[in-house]
Structures are given as structure tokens and as C-alpha cells.
Design a protein around this ligand. Sequence first.
Ligand code: ADP
Ligand code: MG
Length: 312
Amino acid sequence: MTDHDLAIVVEGLRKKYGDKQALDGLDLTVRAGTVQGILGPNGAGKTTAVRIMSTLLRPEEGRVEVAGIDVRTRADEVRSRIGLLGQNAAVDEELSGRQNLEMFGRLYHLGARRAGARADELLARFGLADTGKKAIKQYSGGMRRRLDLAASLISRPQVLFLDEPTTGLDPRGRTEVWSAVRSLVGGGTTVLLTTQYLEEADQLADQIAVINHGKVIAEGTADELKTKTGGDRIDVVLHDTGQLARAASLLPGEVRMDEDRRMVSASISDRMAALTETVRALEAAGIEAEDIAVRRPTLDEVFMHLTKEDAA
Ligand SMILES: Nc1ncnc2c1ncn2[C@@H]1O[C@H](COP(=O)(O)OP(=O)(O)O)[C@@H](O)[C@H]1O
Ligand SMILES: [Mg+2]
């Protein structure tokens, strides 16, 4: 891989707010044309990293190149190549979606005609053509975020930063934004997306960097992360909550009990052996199972595992 293929390079990034070390040696490389997920809990340093990469904040230490350009020494050139969707976007509530986009176009020095044409093109692309004339204050959450996305694309950025694009949206709005992000990447844009939703990273990102306390604690595809941390699991759902504890004692290793779902769950190594042994053991104990399933761990479980290790 040459540096040319890399849309973002971050090395040894450090940033403090007072005593608080928000970034503590963050390293990251993102290939051009891919979606990079930055996954981490509240306070992990996601927004700080995005603000530095998008030239809004200066780090104390470290190197950051976006589209091959140093963000510290050539911030203006970086700015002309990126788009940013922050946690709070700056749209005018009273204006219509189309008017907002036109205004952004004018800010980017498109002439009136080109700003209008670009607004229409983006409204159509994000399924907002019918609602373009409505005032933003009448938009649903999902529509608003899609308009924010459209606004961040006015200048045709090479690299787009999305800081928690679906936080606060209902499931429908989230799905709408997901398909909007997917359609973006088809166009060759590199996307760096932060999220607290493990499912979101799994859905959208080619590569995921898990961060905690300002540094990367694990990296890979969703599948690689799942494999890295504990392998497969077996879930057993019972008819009778009263039998949960006994069922748990029959499963191998560290077992989790979930009373609400009448379920016990354990980490396993051999799928077939775990399945047959569990069925036999339950039968011998006279415990009736409603469902038994062997599955890969969810990213939630992966994340819990990783942050536990990191804290230890
Ligand atoms: N302007 C600020 N002043 C002081 N502390 C801050 C400021 N911004 C962020 N922090 C702290 O830095 C850490 C990282 O914050 P942030 O980058 O916003 O994390 P995230 O976006 O992952 O939630 C947190 O502990 C947060 O409280
Ligand atoms: Mg944040």
C-alpha cells in the first residue's frame, strides 16, 4: 500500500483538556474509498479526534494527514477537501431544506444557479425531493440528519467525517441514514464515522477501530473483532425462569444469565460438541429448553470484553 491509497493517517495523537488526557497516542490509517468506523463509549475521545482531523482543534502532539495533506501546516487545503457532519449541525430551522442547501452552496462560492442545481441533486439523492420546500422545523429526525448529510456534501468532499450521525434517531431514522451513508461510499468518498452503536459499525464500516481512553484498543473488520474476542457462544432459552440457575451450572465456562429473556449464554470453542453436550445435559437434568442456538458473539459482547481487558 502506498501513502497515496491512504485518505487519513494519524500517528501518536495526543490532546489534553486541562488535566484530562482526551487523546493518548491515537494511531489510525484509513484507506481511500472505504468506511472507517471509530467505535467507543461516551468520553472515549471520538469527537476530539474528529475535530483535530477536520482542522477545528490543534493537537499537542502527533501527525495527522488527510488526503495526503498535513492538517497543522496546510489546514486551508485540508478544509477544501473534507466535509463534516458534527453532533449538532448548523441548519436554519425557519428555512426550507432546499434553501438551507442553497445557502451552503453560496458559502462554498457556487453561483446562484449552480447552488440551486446542487441543492436539487442532493435532495433527490437523499430522498428529500418531495419535502425540499418544507421548513426544517417540520422535518423528522431522520429527514433532518439526511439534510445534514446533504449539506456536508455540497463541496464534493474527498473525505467525509460523520460524528455519531444517528445518535438520538429512532430506528426508522437510523435505517434511513444508514442507506444514505451506503450510497455515499459508492461514489468513492472516504467516510470516517464515529459511533457508540456496535451494530452501526457492523452495518457500515469496512474497518473498525475500537477506542477507549483516547487510544485504539482493537482494530479489524467486524468479523475479525468477533473472532478475536472469545469465539462462539451458545444461548439456551428455557420455558421456566426457575430453572435458569440449574441450567447455568450445566454450561461450560463463564455463563451469563438473562432473566428477562429466560436465557443462559456461555462462551464455547467447539460448536458441535457444545451443542450435543448441552442438549444431553439439559435432558439428563430434566430441563426443558424452548430454544438452543450456537452463534457468533455480537459486537456488544466484543466491546464489553475489550474494555474489560483494557481496564484490567
Ligand atoms: N472542551 C472540553 N473541555 C474539557 N474536557 C473535554 C472537552 N471536550 C471533551 N472533554 C473530555 O475529553 C474526553 C473525550 O471527549 P470526547 O472527545 O468528546 O469523547 P467522545 O466524543 O468519544 O464522547 C472526555 O473525558 C471529555 O469529558
Ligand atoms: Mg462525541
